[in-house]
Design a protein around this ligand. Structure first.
Ligand SMILES: [Zn+2]
Length: 630
C-alpha cells in the first residue's frame, strides 16, 4: 500500500459543503483493488438437471422445510420461468409478447391479466426469497405529528409451496403478530414472520374473474413502464379474503406490477391490513415482489384499542442457486484458470508460523463471509463496498496504517443498524448505511471497526474447521456471533477517536455526534432496529463513541437543516435477484417541516420501474424516488 501524504491537500476541495452523499471525499491515495475473499458472484449458467434442490443447507429444525422443487415445467413457452432455484441460474427468459392485429379489448385484457397472475402464483410457489418485515408502531407527537413508540422485526425465507394461502386475516387479536407460521422458515432466532405481511406478495391465490368486477381507470406511467390502471372489487358472492383495491398492469406482458388495497373482511371481527405491493422486472419477462409498504393509522382491533403502525417488507435473494453445493464445482472449474491459483503456487515453500496463523484466521474469515453471502445475507462485493473501502482507506493512510491482509468491507443486507468485523472484513448493515447522514458519520462507524482490526482483536478461528459450517440457515444468528467484550469495545472507541482526529473527517464530527445523539434518543423505542444480531449494538454497554456525541450540538427538530439521521431506505438499492447493492443517486429534497425528517423511520416505497434489459442492470436503472431528507 502506498502512503501518499501529499494528497491530503485535496480534502480542502472536498470539504466545501457538508454533503449527504457518500464517497464525496476524495480518496487519499489509490489503493490496489482488494482481492475479495469471497469472489463467488460469477457463477456460470448451467443446465444440469441433477441440481434441482432448493437448499443445500440442512433444515433439520424445521418441520416445514421447502419440499424439493418439482422438475422444471416446459408446458408453455410463454410461461414465466419455472423457478426452481436450480433452474433459476439458467437465466429465465420469457419472450416479449408480440402483438398482432388490433389491440385487445378491455375484456380480453382482463383475461390476459388473470391468466398471467395465476401463472405468477404458480411461479411464486417455487420461489424462496428472503423476506424481511420491519414494523414501527407509532404514537402521536405534537411537534412531529407522530413518532415511533415501539418496533418489531421479522426475517425469514418465504415458502408458499403448500398452496394453503387462505388463512390470511389479521384476526381479532394483535397476537397474530406473534403466531408461529408454518410457511416461513425462520432464520433469526426470533422467529415469527407474520403471515399477513408475507401474504401481501400475492393478490389472490386463485384469481378468478368471475369473483371480481374490473373497472378501467386510466393509463399511467410508473417510472418508464406504461401501465393500465384498474379498480378491482370482489363480487358479493365471492367470499372473504378477496383483494379489493387498485392494480397497475404493464401493457406488454400484462403482468400486475403494483397493487394497492386490502382483502375483503368476512365480518367486523376480521381485520386485514392495507398494503401497497410492488413487483420489479428483475429477470427477463419476470416481475417479482420486491417491496411492500403497509400502514394503518386508526385500526380498531379489539375492545376499542387502536393499531397505528407503518411497515416495510423487502424481498431479495430470489436466485437461490448459490445454495446448491453443486454449483461450487463449476466455480472451482472457473477459478482454476485464475491468477490467484498460480499466485499461490509461486510461494513454493511452507508458510512460516506467523504466516500460518494469519492464513488460518483468513480461512475462518473466508468461510464465514462465503456462507453469509450464499444464504443471501451479505451482498456480493460491488460498488457499495468500494465506497466503504475509500473511506477506510482515507482513515488508514492518514494514520499510517498498513494491514495485511488488507481490510475489505461487506454489506449485510438486513435493516437493523449494526456493524462488526470478521477478521479483516468490516461488515456494515444496509439499514445503518441508509440512515447515516453523511460521509463523516460513515467514517465514524468504520473507524470503530477498523480499530478492532488495528488492535488485533481476534476472530474466533473455530470456523476455520469446515464442519463447523454445517449448520442450518435458520441457525445462522445463533451460531455466528462477532460480539466483543467491554474492554475491546472501550479500546476500539478510544482508538477510533484517535484515527478520526488524524483523518480528513476531524473537523466534520458534529454531524456524526448528532447521529449518535439521535441513536440515544430513539434507542429506547426502536429496540429491534437499534440492536445487533451478529456484532455489538450502537448502544451496548453505554453508547458508542460517547465523546463524539458529547461534543455535538443539541438535537433540534425545528432546525430543518439539522439532519441527524435519515429515514430507512434512502441510500442503498438491492437487486432482489442477484443481491447486488448499489448506492442511490437521488437528489437532496428540501424539507418543509420537522415532520419530514423522520430519523430511522420507514416510509412508503416508490420505485422507478424499468423493464429488464441486459444492458442496463436493474439495480442502477430502477432507483426508488428519493426519500425525504435525502
Ligand atoms: Zn466494536
Amino acid at each position: 500500500m502506498q502512503i501518499m501524504r501529499w494528497m491530503i491537500s485535496t480534502f480542502g476541495a472536498a470539504s466545501v459543503a457538508a454533503s449527504l452523499a457518500l464517497g464525496q471525499t476524495a480518496p487519499v491515495a489509490a489503493k490496489p483493488s482488494p482481492s475479495s475473499p469471497a469472489a463467488t458472484q460469477a457463477v456460470p449458467p448451467t443446465s444440469d438437471p441433477a441440481r434441482a434442490t432448493p437448499s443445500a443447507a440442512p433444515q433439520t429444525q424445521n418441520t416445514t422445510a421447502p419440499s424439493p422443487a418439482p422438475p422444471p415445467s416446459t408446458s408453455s413457452p410463454d410461461m414465466a420461468p419455472s423457478a426452481t432455484p436450480a433452474a433459476a441460474t439458467t437465466a429465465p427468459t420469457v419472450p416479449a409478447p408480440v402483438r398482432t392485429g388490433p389491440p385487445p379489448s378491455f375484456d380480453q385484457v382482463i383475461d390476459l391479466v388473470v391468466d398471467r397472475e395465476n401463472r405468477f402464483v404458480e411461479q411464486m410457489q417455487k420461489m424462496h426469497p428472503l423476506v424481511e418485515t420491519y414494523i414501527q408502531n407509532m404514537k402521536p407527537d405534537p411537534e412531529l405529528n407522530s413518532v415511533p413508540e415501539s418496533d418489531e422485526y421479522f426475517l425469514g425465507r418465504l415458502d408458499l409451496s403448500d398452496g394453503q394461502t387462505r388463512d390470511i386475516s389479521f384476526k381479532t387479536q394483535l397476537s397474530v403478530f406473534h403466531r408461529s407460521l408454518d410457511r416461513l422458515t425462520s432464520i433469526y432466532s426470533m422467529k415469527f414472520l407474520p403471515l399477513g405481511f408475507a401474504q401481501m406478495v400475492i393478490l389472490d391465490t386463485n384469481l378468478d374473474r368471475r369473483d371480481y368486477d374490473f373497472k378501467f381507470v386510466r393509463r399511467e406511467f410508473l417510472g418508464e413502464v406504461r401501465c393500465l390502471v384498474m379498480d378491482v372489487q370482489p363480487k358479493d358472492k365471492a367470499g372473504s379474503g378477496k383483494f379489493i383495491g387498485r392494480i397497475w398492469v404493464e401493457d406488454l406482458g400484462y403482468n400486475i406490477v403494483r397493487f394497492n388495497g386490502t382483502y375483503s373482511a368476512s365480518s367486523r371481527f376480521a381485520l386485514y391490513l392495507h398494503f401497497d405491493s410492488w413487483r420489479l422486472n428483475i429477470r427477463p419477462g419476470v416481475w417479482l415482489p420486491t417491496y411492500i409498504y403497509s400502514e394503518e393509522s386508526d385500526l380498531k382491533y379489539r375492545f376499542g384499542q387502536k393499531l397505528k403502525f407503518k411497515s416495510q417488507t423487502r424481498l431479495w435473494g430470489y436466485d437461490t442457486s448459490a445454495l446448491d453445493s453443486n454449483s461450487e464445482f463449476s466455480e472451482i472449474m472457473v477459478e482454476s484458470t485464475d491468477q490467484d491459483v498460480r499466485d499461490k503456487s509461486e510461494v513454493r515453500q511452507d508458510a512460516s508460523p506467523t504466516e500460518s496463523q494469519r492464513e488460518w484466521e483468513h480461512q475462518a474469515e473466508r468461510n464465514i463471509t462465503e456462507r453469509l453471502q450464499k444464504i443471501g445475507l451479505l451482498a456480493p462485493p460491488g460498488e457499495v463496498e468500494k465506497v466503504l473501502l475509500t473511506v477506510v482507506n482515507n482513515l488508514e493512510i492518514t494514520n499510517n496504517i498498513d494491514l495485511q491482509p488488507e481490510v475489505s468491507c461487506r454489506l449485510l443486507l438486513t435493516t437493523p443498524l449494526e456493524s462488526f468485523t470478521i477478521g479483516h472484513t468490516i461488515v456494515i448493515s444496509r439499514g445503518l448505511l441508509d440512515v447515516l447522514p453523511d460521509e463523516a458519520s460513515l467514517a465514524m462507524v468504520l473507524s470503530h471497526e477498523l480499530s478492532h482490526v488495528v488492535l488485533g482483536h481476534k476472530l474466533d478461528t473455530k470456523m476455520a474447521f469446515n464442519d463447523r459450517l454445517f449448520f442450518p440457515d435458520e441457525k445462522t444468528f445463533q451460531t455466528l456471533e462477532f460480539t466483543r467484550n467491554t474492554d475491546d469495545e472501550t479500546a476500539a472507541d478510544k482508538k477510533a477517536i484517535e484515527l478520526l482526529n488524524n483523518s480528513p473527517y476531524k473537523d466534520k464530527l458534529a454531524v456524526p455526534g448528532l447521529f449518535l445523539r439521535m441513536v440515544q434518543l430513539r434507542a429506547p423505542n426502536l429496540k429491534q432496529l437499534i440492536r445487533s444480531h451478529l456484532g455489538n449494538s450502537l448502544h451496548d454497554n453505554g453508547y458508542r463513541l460517547e465523546a463524539i456525541a458529547q461534543s455535538a450540538p443539541a438535537l433540534d427538530f425545528k432546525k430543518l437543516d439539522q439532519i441527524a439521521a435519515l429515514p430507512l431506505g434512502g441510500r442503498v438499492k438491492v437487486d432482489a435477484w442477484t443481491n447486488k447493492a448499489a448506492l442511490l443517486k437521488s437528489k437532496p429534497v428540501t424539507l418543509v417541516s420537522a415532520a419530514e425528517k423522520m430519523p430511522f423511520e420507514v416510509t412508503p416505497f416508490f420505485p422507478y420501474l424499468t423493464r429488464y434489459t441486459a444492458d442496463a442492470p436493474p439495480e442502477k436503472a430502477a432507483a426508488p424516488s428519493p426519500a425525504p431528507g435525502n
